[in-house]
Design a protein around this ligand. Structure first.
Ligand SMILES: O=P(O)(O)OC[C@H]1O[C@H](O)[C@H](O)[C@@H](O)[C@@H]1O
Length: 541
């Protein structure tokens, strides 16, 4: 494992931060699990959150149990694995499975259309892993209820098709035991976003067909390096992240640079945004962007190439980024193990659902309609059309600010426009990009020097959502929702997935608006036509 770090202009500042950490004995103290490294306020939380340091060793104890589960699933012909889990309970398995090229369907959405896609797979061959550390996450609870019904409707016993991963003592453990489900208990001394090498990362990945022992071996190989002051990749990276942020370079552009690992930036995004984005401070990860000229941005690459690059196998990457994030937390003077502002949007969502009863949700009235796109929110200057609204949003970004696009839509919808195997790879990619709302990020990025991020809702609420509300008050927010034509009931609950999804969008908007941040919601009355229109307007700006 190597970490190549070119200190560039920030050289002296970075060196000063490193010297102070080394003088304080921080690298060895962190490796030894000292909970006092983040100050007295963070101590009690840190005392129960440092188990990730030992996972390369302790997770080996899970391997026999995992092997049995895998053998059982194989014997029963369960080869379609669905993972229901949000944030730290699904981001690592997604990277592990993509990197090892084994199929895993990740459900970290309340979009009914996307959930319908998963439900369309052969149910008799489906194994659902329900992963939730707290056991109380509304999206995951909804997926469990939906699949339980789907299995029963197909004459199948849910207990034969479900595996639960949760913390000991969670409400989910209780419910799962009562229902007779297979349960794997995770290490409770590991927080969600640090849980890649715990049962949360390993169980669903192994069931999908990944080799998880090798991940532990890779992490174990880098572990001894994390104790020292020299040749310590976690320290080098953490110093870089922390020192840059201290000096105003707080946008971390993450790039995949010819590595064999697929999708690691999305996992890093949650780790860093949720760990550091609080108390008005933080580091904003920017995924999918090119190197920017702006002086609040810098690039770290995954792979062998780049001025600052983290190169090494996936298991080692997980551990090094976690260590680096903990170091950056110390440098910034924050607690890297809590997420104090995530609950706010969740509470708003619950309140909105309760206040609305059986009636419509408080979506408001559009200030204008441009073809298949309705615009909601306060936009000064009497905007006439969508182009005016987008132009205003871009202008509203302050110096050192950023624009966050948050799309509460089906992240696989663009597949419908570009079916695999029907045209050349280049044609397929072009068609895909023209139908994928995520393309908006690049189109708007092209028109501003400021950082532009993109997140799928509600997935990002468990990731960058913490930074949006707890980090520097510098965000401008563009929310996108869409009409639901094929909703999904949530058994035993008074809402459908579509209703929950819209309530989540409105709940987060309420939290952002209460901070006085510029925030607009675009609603696509026809999803396909709406995305096409939005992209063509952005292209013409
Ligand atoms: O695993 P769960 O308890 O369901 O939590 C899933 C996610 O929920 C919350 O939003 C936290 O902020 C995340 O850090 C966590 O990964």
């Amino acid at each position: 494992m190597t970490v190549e770090v070119n200190l560039g202009d920030g050289g002296k500042a970075v060196e000063a931060v490193r010297n102070e950490l080394v003088a304080d004995g921080a690298p060895a103290a962190l490796a030894a699990g000292d909970p006092g490294l983040w100050g007295p306020k963070a101590r009690s939380e840190a005392e129960i959150r440092l188990g990730w340091l030992n996972l390369p060793l302790t997770s080996r104890e899970l391997l026999p149990e995992i092997t049995k589960l895998v053998e059982k699933a194989q014997a029963e012909g369960l080869d379609h694995v669905v993972l229901a889990g949000m944030g730290g309970s699904s981001l690592a398995p997604e990277v592990i499975c993509a990197t090892q090229d084994v199929p895993l369907t990740v459900l970290d959405t309340t979009d009914p259309h996307q959930v319908r896609r998963a439900l369309a797979a052969p149910i008799e061959r489906t194994l659902v892993v329900v992963s939730s550390k707290s056991g109380g996450t509304i999206e995951t609870d909804s997926h469990r209820r939906i699949y339980e019904k789907a299995f029963r409707d197909a004459g199948l016993d849910p207990a034969e098709h479900m595996v639960i991963v949760t913390d000991p003592g969670s409400p989910l453990e209780q419910a799962a035991i009562e229902a007779g489900y297979q349960v794997v208990l995770a290490d409770p001394n590991v927080g969600g976003r640090y849980s890649a090498l715990s049962a949360f990362g390993l169980v669903p990945s192994a069931l999908a067909g990944a080799d998880v022992r090798s991940l532990l071996d890779e992490a174990a190989a880098v572990q001894p390096l994390l104790e020292g002051a020299e040749g310590n990749p976690g320290l080098d990276l953490g110093v870089l992240l922390g020192a840059h942020a201290l000096h105003g370079r707080d946008k971390l552009v993450l790039r995949d640079a010819a590595s064999d690992i697929i999708g690691l930036p999305d996992w890093i995004e949650q780790l860093i945004a949720e760990s550091t984005g609080k108390e008005g401070k933080g580091i904003l990860p920017v995924v999918g962007a090119d190197a920017a000229e702006a002086d609040d941005q810098y690039v770290v690459s995954i792979g062998p190439d780049g001025a600052a690059a983290v190169d090494g196998p996936l298991g080692a990457q997980f551990l090094v980024w976690e260590y680096a994030t903990a170091v950056a937390g110390r440098v910034l003077g924050i607690n890297p193990f809590d997420q104090p502002n995530v609950a706010e949007s969740k509470e708003n969502t619950t309140a909105i659902l309760e206040e609305s009863g059986d009636g419509p949700l408080p979506a408001g009235t559009p200030i204008l309609t441009d073809g298949p796109v309705e615009v909601y929110g306060e936009v000064p200057g009497d905007p006439k059309n969508l182009a005016d609204v987008l132009t205003w949003l871009l202008r509203a970004i302050s110096e050192r600010g950023y624009l966050a696009i948050m799309a509460y839509l089906d992240r696989e919808a663009a597949f419908d426009a570009a079916p695999v195997g029907e045209s050349s790879f280049e044609e397929m990619t072009e068609t895909w990009a023209g139908a994928d709302v995520a393309t908006l990020r690049a189109l708007l990025d092209y028109r501003t020097d400021h950082a532009v991020t993109f997140g799928w809702g509600p997935r990002f609420l468990h990731s960058t959502g913490q930074y949006h509300k707890g980090g520097p008050a510098a965000g401008v927010f563009l929310q996108i929702t869409g009409a639901v034509t094929d909703d999904v009931e949530v058994p035993g609950r008074p809402y459908t997935l579509g209703r929950l999804q819209l309530a989540q969008a409105l709940g987060d908007l309420r939290a952002l608006a209460s901070r006085g941040r510029p925030a607009v919601r675009l609603h696509l009355t026809d999803r396909v036509a709406g995305v096409r229109h939005l992209l063509s307007v952005a292209e013409e700006l």
